[in-house]
Design a protein around this ligand. Structure first.
Ligand code: BDP
Length: 730
């Protein structure tokens, strides 16, 4: 017997026992200190700590009545019992009479006559997913009525009501009407069938394909609850760089099992398809949309899908982009491709979400112009169940981009917004960056397509041009990490996406406040301090990564960290130098008339604003203009100095955020506190890395010194250029 495999002696047996005891002690400790690992997201339902609030709620809700027998009604009952158990610390009895202060939840047609009359007008104004929460009086009893036209509407109403309780709102006289402004509100999961996630930073894919369809993981249900609670009504399960196998019978059964779980939560399932699927898995020679066999193959496939999933949502398609197959391979247009799929889905009510994220390595035109050039001429050529899904900006989810010029340019084509919730270009899941402000900035941008007030939000909700269908997508940031999103604060981005998808008029500040109250604290001071932190976080990130309109200067391929020096690759438009164009004279991409004239793709008022140096906001300066290093900025500084100050300011603000975070020790949950406490130094380190690497690199062109009062980088440019990260997630 070797010395290593000793029989267990008293000593090491004791050690083992004490280790186990210690472990149990830690578990108990965690339990008693209410350690929060973030799994419950914003649906915590911790007991209401304010006795006055709690008592007022208990008086107003002495019983509850949920009318209806659907699967959704059952979910409503379960959710309410979970919520009351948690928030009130006790159940609220179910009753069938209206002789006391009660909560009553029923579809409008099922309401008792007295209540029906008092709610009819408001309910008639709701759309199918909308809801009304209203206090009505019947025989001196005050009733809180949650009603809607459909069961899905009821579920949304219930979640909204519960959030009012969670945030300690006054519920004595409620009169709250809400309908979603956008119809299709989906997450796009870039999840692969091997469970890796493209641009995923929170673990592996939630979908356990191997065990599906037989094993239903409990977290599928919590995923559905979370989405329904913020009004998300669809999920595209797989990566836009799709594997055709998702359409094989083996996988469709698995997809159907997930659809069954999500259905009662009002969530439809959609799939990303690979345009060459008829070849890849169908045995055909081509996938030409004009080919009869190809058309029939898709029709048969659609029938097969709808047999399994009667409410299947439809297809998301990335075609002729970044090497993906598409109709262009056969000399056909995007409309030809989309319409062929739309025909196959049409009999069942499905839609095609065709992505406009296309650009071609062989096309020497400014990449930012290519999608518009391709899609603008196709306006009016798409079938009525096709939406064109457009990224928020014309390049690619950068920390800041002006809105995509396609918004407002295609009156006959419904455009869907595609936001990226996962932080591919915003520090992965280690940086605290609240994206509500980014979403709001884009949605509120005025396209001037029909004069003042033609906001991007009004383009995508269909109201500007009277489109019949509307949609919004967010590339998901979820994974198997216990807290779902890697960084606790990244949960706020999922939350903000859902809230804004439902109602783009909500203020992102209010959404942040609500999220903090639901997730972190009710203490006014804490809420306000954390909110301020969140609201400035995105601007700070822009400053330490890509200030003044710079873009696409991140690490090669994995996109981790700064790399403005990337050049000489197989495609120019994948390099950094293509975008910043720094030279001895200056920096920036001239997209005005004298340059690529991308600016010409915007409506006149927008074009004029961005084209003139007097009116172009500093935020977009180097996006649209190539300017001398000593160009005089509004601040009075020269461009070089301004660039340096922005980089330094961004990084400094992260250090401040890190210092401020310490104030929350003991005021929020200890586990969450520690989690963020460990993340912020990483963000600080990386912000300084971005700052130093970019300033040192751009200095090789400008030749100017870093302003006197700024601390000099402690490493050389070569040091930063030599860093490599072979296994960074991508
Ligand atoms: C880019 C991502 C890439 C995606 C692509 C897309 O780097 O992984 O496949 O967008 O949206 O931002 O298709």
């Amino acid at each position: 017997m070797s010395g290593i495999e000793r029989p267990m002696t008293i000593d090491n047996r004791e050690m083992k026992i004490s280790f186990i005891l210690f472990f149990i002690f830690i578990l108990v400790l965690n339990k008693s200190s209410n350690a929060d690992d973030g799994y419950r997201l914003w649906l915590k339902y911790d007991k209401i700590a304010d006795a006055e609030v709690l008592n007022s709620y208990k008086k107003l809700i002495t019983s509850q009545i949920v009318i209806g027998e659907s699967a959704t009604s059952q979910i409503i009952k379960n959710e309410l019992s979970l919520a009351f158990q948690g928030l009130f610390g006790e159940t609220v009895p179910e009753r069938n009479t209206l002789n006391e202060n009660a909560l009553i939840i029923a579809c409008h047609s099922d309401l008792p006559p007295g209540i029906l009359g008092q709610t009819r007008r408001q309910v008639s104004e709701l759309n199918d997913e909308g809801f009304l929460i209203k206090t009505v009086c019947i025989k001196k009893n005050s009733l809180i009525v949650i009603t809607a036209k459909t069961h899905a509407g009821l579920l949304y109403g219930v979640f909204k009501f519960v959030s009012l309780l969670q945030t300690y709102q006054d519920i004595t006289r409620l009169n709250f009407v809400s309908s979603p402004k956008i119809q299709i509100r989906v997450l796009n999961h870039w999840d692969n069938l091997d469970r890796t996630i493209e641009r995923g930073y929170a673990g592996f894919s939630l979908w356990d394909w191997q065990k599906l369809p037989d094993y239903i993981h409990p977290y599928y249900i919590d995923y559905a609850r979370a989405n329904a609670s913020i009004g998300i009504n669809g999920t595209v399960l797989n990566n836009v760089n799709a594997n055709a196998h998702i359409l094989t019978p083996l996988y469709l059964k698995k997809v159907a099992a997930l659809a069954d779980v999500f259905r009662p939560y009002g969530i439809k399932v959609y799939l990303s398809i690979r345009f060459s699927a008829p070849i890849d898995i169908g045995g055909l020679k081509v996938s030409d949309p004009q080919d009869k066999d190809v058309q029939n193959w898709w029709k048969d496939k659609a029938r097969e899908i709808y047999d399994l999933i009667p409410d299947f949502g439809g297809f998301l398609v990335k075609a002729n982009s970044e090497g993906q197959p598409g109709p262009g391979d056969y000399g056909r247009t995007h409309a030809d491709g989309a319409n062929m799929l739309a025909d196959a889905l049409k009999p069942y009510g499905g839609v095609v979400m065709w992505r406009a994220f296309v650009y071609d390595a062989n096309n020497k035109e400014d990449r930012a112009k290519q999608a518009y050039n391709e899609f603008k001429p196709l306006d009016g050529k798409f079938s009525d169940n096709v939406l064109v899904q457009v990224k928020n900006g014309p390049v690619d989810f950068q920390p800041r981009e002006p809105f995509h010029p396609l918004f407002g340019a295609t009156p006959k084509t419904p455009l869907m917004m595609e936001f990226q919730i996962t932080q591919e270009y915003l520090g992965f899941s280690t940086h605290l960056v609240y994206l509500g402000t980014l979403f709001e900035e884009v949605l509120d941008s005025d396209t001037y397509a029909r004069g003042d007030g033609s906001t991007v939000a009004r383009v995508i909700d269909g109201s500007l041009f009277g489109n019949k269908i509307s949609g919004i997508a967010g590339v998901a940031n979820t994974g198997t990490d216990r807290n779902w999103t890697g960084h606790i604060f990244a949960q706020a981005n999922w939350f903000a996406f859902g809230r804004l998808a439902w109602d783009h008029d909500l203020s992102t500040e209010d959404i942040a406040t609500e999220w903090i109250q639901l997730s972190l604290s009710h203490n006014k001071e804490v809420v306000s301090a954390i909110k301020n932190m969140m609201l400035s976080s995105r601007e700070n990130t822009v400053n330490y990564m890509t200030p003044l309109g710079l873009h696409h200067i991140m690490g090669w391929d994995h996109h981790y960290g700064p790399a403005p020096w990337i050049k000489d690759k197989q495609r120019d438009d994948w390099t950094s130098v293509y975008y910043h164009r720094a030279d001895k004279q200056g920096i920036g991409f001239d997209r005005t008339e004298s340059g690529s004239d991308e600016i010409g793709q915007y409506a006149k008022s927008v074009r004029e604003r961005f084209a003139s140096l007097d009116s172009c906001p500093d935020e977009y300066l180097l996006w649209f203009h190539h300017l001398d290093w000593n160009y005089k900025m509004r601040s009075g500084r020269i461009l070089w100095d301004e660039l340096c100050y922005r980089y330094y300011d961004g990084a400094k603000k992260v250090s401040e955020m890190k210092d401020d975070w310490k104030n929350f020790q003991g005021r929020i949950d200890a586990e969450i506190f520690n989690h963020v406490q460990q993340m912020l130094p990483i963000q600080e380190k990386e912000a300084i890395w971005w700052r130093n690497a970019c300033v040192l690199y751009f200095q090789t062109f400008s030749g100017f010194p870093i302003p006197e009062d700024l601390e000099k980088p402690d490493k050389t440019l070569e040091y930063y250029q030599d860093l490599s990260f072979p296994f960074a997630p991508k």
